[in-house]
Design a protein around this ligand. Structure first.
Ligand code: ME8
Length: 521
């Protein structure tokens, strides 16, 4: 068996509301996963939920539920969200699952035995209201803490720490030697800058059970649980172990898992947002090195969305509800806007007007109109039967398909969509130039009309295949209208000439009904 292309997303905090940022990241990961599948790879796409921690414990208590029950209830909504987004994920990890906890405990045990941890006393100020430790930087100029933190108490607490500093130079060297490990480059430079200028502090990996019980019990000290990053990051590895991936399993023979599953580790891409870069680019590689496991091939870091130039925030009401947008405009319109509008890396700005403009111009008028004209004219003039093959647009479109293929293999999603729209625009221009509705009026032009109709429907077939990673439902609808029974999920089928003479196409149906009056928000 060959190694699968293994892509992960960040696992979302279970107690948050699914928002645009979550939806964006999951859709981008899905487009990459489907692109690789279309390019001929076997893919494993993982997403899931981050469930432990003090906030979850408190919220559960406030609702009169056990933390597990509270998480189980919320997980139903998150799993529905995954379906709403049309994700092709192969697994969905919840950090409260036994398969994950077993892996975390095995890792903790091994690293403890090998001397990576130590126990130390922490003395500092703690805000019970915010459930956070405060540092000198949090003091106001007069030396007091902001009332938002009150009551603030001095706290002395013993915890386990993971020794970090010993790995610092190794990590710098690794990142320098592997330029594609962190992408885009400016994120890589950010990490290198940080590593070269600051001494890494040891990572606190536990909480006393007395203060937080909703975590994973530490196997070597029952008075502690581990939570947050040591717990969450391991999800990328606990799932391969659970599936019997030979590489992941071989690092932890004590788990007794047979190494007969798909080859997953190392991950090919961890897709994450910019705010969690340090955890993935610093702590996770060091954890893996200590575990004796290879590092993931790439951290692909996306930017953050704003709305109307302002931070997305529940408290100010500046939010986008992806579920509502999908209900109003359709899933593929949402998937199109977020991947076409924002490249992977920079921050993006959502505007309702921008969304409606792209919908109308690019989806309804551009793509929808092309398909509708092509399928309708073939039906009207030739009873929906594909005429003899003609290669008039073939060589030019093959160039664009080649571009799409290349860009998809480089995760250049926005540019791949631009290349697909070169096909859409060229085919629409071809309709205008050849004027098939005029040709149809002149019996002497019948052969020319056959050529034009062939070029149009064949262009639509290529577009559907190229679009499938982005807009799977739309691609399937195009294939259905073309009377094609197979799935449009193989780029190798995007060779000119796939539609055969005499093939019967189906009825035209509008893909993206025009919406002249976007609903005011
Ligand atoms: O950070 N635009 O979970 P989370 C784009 N559980 N992306 C955004 C965004 C925005 N406005 N807001 C958040 C966590 N994100 C941890 C991760 S991984 C082992 C543990 C992204 O629910 C954010 O950058 O706060 C992150 O990648 C993801 O949503 C989940 O965020």
């Amino acid at each position: 068996m060959s190694k699968r292309f293994y892509i992960t997303t960040a696992i979302d905090y279970v107690n948050g509301q699914p928002h645009l940022g979550h939806a964006y990241e999951k859709v981008v990961a899905d487009v990459i996963a489907r692109s690789r599948q279309s390019l001929g790879h076997e893919v494993f796409f993982l997403t899931g939920l981050d469930e432990h921690g003090q906030k979850v414990q408190q919220a559960a208590i406030a609702e009169g539920k056990t933390p597990q029950q509270y998480c189980d209830d919320l997980a139903v909504d998150w799993k529905r969200f995954v379906q709403t987004l049309g994700l092709s994920n192969n697994d969905f990890i919840r950090t409260s699952e036994q398969r994950h906890k077993a892996a975390v405990q095995a890792i903790l045990g091994k690293l403890h035995r090998e001397g990576h941890f130590y126990k130390a006393q922490y003395r500092g100020f703690y805000s019970t209201r915010q459930e956070t430790f405060l540092t000198e930087k949090d003091r106001r100029p007069d030396g007091t803490f902001d009332p938002i933190y009150e009551p603030v108490n001095e706290l002395i607490e013993e915890n386990y720490y993971f020794k970090m500093a010993a790995h610092q130079q190794w990590l710098i060297d690794y990142i320098e030697k592997n330029p594609t490990f962190i992408q885009p480059d400016y994120r890589r430079n950010e990490v290198l800058g940080f590593l070269k200028n600051e001494t890494l502090e040891d990572l606190c990996i536990t909480r006393p059970v007395a203060r937080l019980s909703w975590g994973i019990p530490v196997p070597f000290d029952e008075a502690y649980v581990t939570y947050v990053w040591f717990d969450a990051l391991v999800n990328y590895f606990s799932v391969p172990i659970a599936h019997g991936d030979p590489v992941a399993v071989s690092a932890f023979p004590e788990l007794g898992v047979r190494p007969i599953g798909p080859e997953l580790w190392p991950a090919d891409i961890h897709l994450i947002g910019k705010d969690i870069l340090k955890f993935h680019a610093v702590y996770w590689p060091i954890m893996l090195k200590a575990m004796g496991a290879p590092l993931p091939k790439q951290l692909l870091v996306h930017g953050w969305w704003q709305k109307d130039g302002q931070k997305i925030s529940k408290s100010t009401g500046n939010i986008i509800d992806p579920i509502a947008v999908i209900a109003e405009w359709g899933l593929d319109a949402f998937r199109y806007y977020v991947t076409r509008e924002l490249d992977i890396g920079p921050d993006g700005n959502w505007t309702d007007a921008g969304f409606a403009a792209r919908y109308n111009a690019e989806l309804a008028n551009g793509l929808g109109n092309l398909l509708n004209r092509s399928v309708s004219m073939l039906k009207r003039y030739r009873n929906g039967i594909v005429p003899k093959r003609s290669d008039e647009l073939g060589p030019e479109l093959a160039g664009y398909v080649g571009e799409v293929r290349q860009l998809l293999s480089e995760n250049e999603l926005q540019r791949a969509l631009q290349a697909i729209w070169k096909i859409v625009n060229r085919a629409n221009q071809y309709v205008d130039q050849t004027a098939p509705f005029k040709l149809a009026k002149d019996p002497a032009q019948a052969a020319r009309l056959d050529e034009v109709l062939y070029n149009l429907v064949e262009s639509c077939r290529l577009i559907a295949i190229c679009l499938w990673p982005f807009l799977p439902q739309t691609a399937e609808k195009i294939f259905a209208q073309l009377g094609l029974k197979e799935e449009p999920n193989r780029l190798s089928a995007a060779q000119w000439g796939g539609l055969k003479e005499g093939h019967q196409t189906s009825d035209p149906v509008a893909l993206f009904p025009r919406k002249d009056q976007p609903k005011a928000k």
